[in-house]
Design a protein. Sequence first.
Length: 136
Amino acid sequence: MSRCEMAEPINETPIEDVENDAPVLNRDMILDADETATLEPIDLSEWGGAGFIRILSGTERDAIEAEHAEGNKDLQNFRARFAVKVLSNENGERLFEDSDAKALGKKSGLVLDRIMVAGLRVNGFSEDEIEELEKN
């Protein structure tokens, strides 16, 4: 997907369908918004439990897209590098630092693939973006 194309919006609610009592947001309300409600549980039973998939920040998503921009073919340990960014606790706090990707990459590819698929879906990556990541 080129940078000029717009991805499908996640929330397609027309403005006229927004509840009448919905507040008009200001800067502080947006910056202080609790986004933990967007967490999705994920089965990690192979590792003895469960976890959560979190929504990436805009900065984190931009970094992933830039890392896999056209021409960059570095897919070495991609699943683990992505998993460390999206796995979280119940409060939406990351479980891993980026530096943990090498160690996490030694874990089950099946589980890492499940995390990647869920993380891409939860974060609203379009099918075109996913295909582009897979090609690069």
